[in-house]
Design a protein around this ligand. Structure first.
Ligand code: PMV
Length: 328
């Protein structure tokens, strides 16, 4: 099969978990949204059957038929690009192409390893750019492929990161029911603060599993409270009730602290945001480091960012993204 184009560019958004992380692993709901920070991938076909990837300071240049073990034996800067390599190799194999290669340039606005879905967004964006060399954009195909690629990397991945990165918007995810879109009545503005402390989702998830085994009654109680919070959060978004939504974020954070997944630096960021006018705040993602989200009143977002931004953590103003993956 031949490519239709030699070059394609696509970008896909990051995500934040608004409500329900960890409990979602045990069949509870979670609410996740795409945010307007993106990873952009430019794919250029080359006549040498190599995969060359450049992303900031990281780079990888290997024959297209290299195996996983070989990539994992390279230096950290190459290993960081393993998910992107997997996506490229997969698409070329599926299209039965062995005589060509590809140069991939990655440009990211998403901090890595802080629970903002950078790995999912890079898979979605890479797969989209590569498929668009052959045919029109098919979001269902992009989602399915990126989800499988991500599962190669995080075997327990629910697919929710890839889903919101592909389709955009806010979704209520229930493991046994799937994804349902939420359409809030008004625009919400969030601050995302990153602590700079990288976390390993797998490690934190297994700590929570141990907590659950040792404290099953406490876990059940926290879990049912988290479920109620998710339901109330859907209503407050539907009604555009900013102040109730803020309170629910803080309530959800308290449950996560009791679960043992917060961190002193995260507590600091939450306290600073609440002291400076946030309507509510919580950690987002696996915790034990990573990022926090704070809901702030839209009309004073710039002033609040200026105040909070002068303290610890790195802060950015974000809005919900409704586009998902796009070309160009
Ligand atoms: O990988 P992160 O930091 O976005 O967090 C994963 C969310 C968890 O609920 C902790 C795990 C999961 O698979 O849902």
């Amino acid at each position: 099969m031949n490519t239709h184009f030699n070059r394609a560019v696509s970008s896909a958004p990051a995500k934040v978990i608004l409500f329900g992380e960890h409990f979602v692993v045990y069949n509870n709901p979670a609410i996740v949204t795409a945010i307007n920070k993106r990873i952009r991938v430019q794919a250029q076909v080359s006549d040498k059957s190599n995969i060359n990837i450049r992303s900031g300071e990281n780079s990888l240049s290997v024959p297209i038929n290299s195996n996983d073990k070989y990539i994992m034996s390279l230096d950290n800067s190459s290993i960081a690009l393993f998910p992107i390599f997997k996506c490229a190799k997969h698409v070329f194999k599926e299209k039965n192409i062995s005589n060509l290669g590809v140069n991939l340039e990655i440009d990211s606005q998403i901090p890595h390893g802080e629970g903002l879905g950078s790995s999912a967004a890079s898979c979605v964006s890479t797969v989209a750019a590569l498929y668009s060399l052959f045919s029109d954009l098919d979001k269902n195909l992009i989602y399915e492929t990126a989800r499988i690629m991500e599962q190669n990397i995080h075997s327990n991945s629910s697919g929710v990161d890839c889903y919101v990165s592909t389709f955009g918007g806010i979704v209520n995810f229930e493991p046994d029911k799937g994804f349902r879109s939420i359409r809030p009545k008004k625009k919400f503005t969030l601050l995302v603060g990153t602590s700079g402390i990288k976390h390993s989702t797998g490690k934190v998830v297994s700590q929570v599993r141990q907590f659950r085994e040792k404290n099953s009654t406490v876990f059940k109680d926290l879990s049912s409270k988290a479920e109620v919070i998710c339901k109330r959060a859907i209503s407050s978004m539907n009604e555009g009730d900013e102040s109730e939504l803020g309170n629910l974020l803080t309530e959800n954070h308290k449950l996560l602290s009791l679960l043992g997944v917060s961190h002193p630096e995260i507590e600091k960021l939450i306290e600073i945001s609440l002291d400076n006018g946030a309507l509510g705040a919580k950690l987002t993602g696996a915790g034990k480091g990573g990022a926090v989200i704070a809901l702030i009143p839209q009309d004073s977002s710039k002033e609040i960012l200026a105040k909070i931004g002068s303290g610890p953590g790195k802060w950015m103003l974000v809005e919900f993204d409704y586009d998902g993956v796009i070309l160009g």
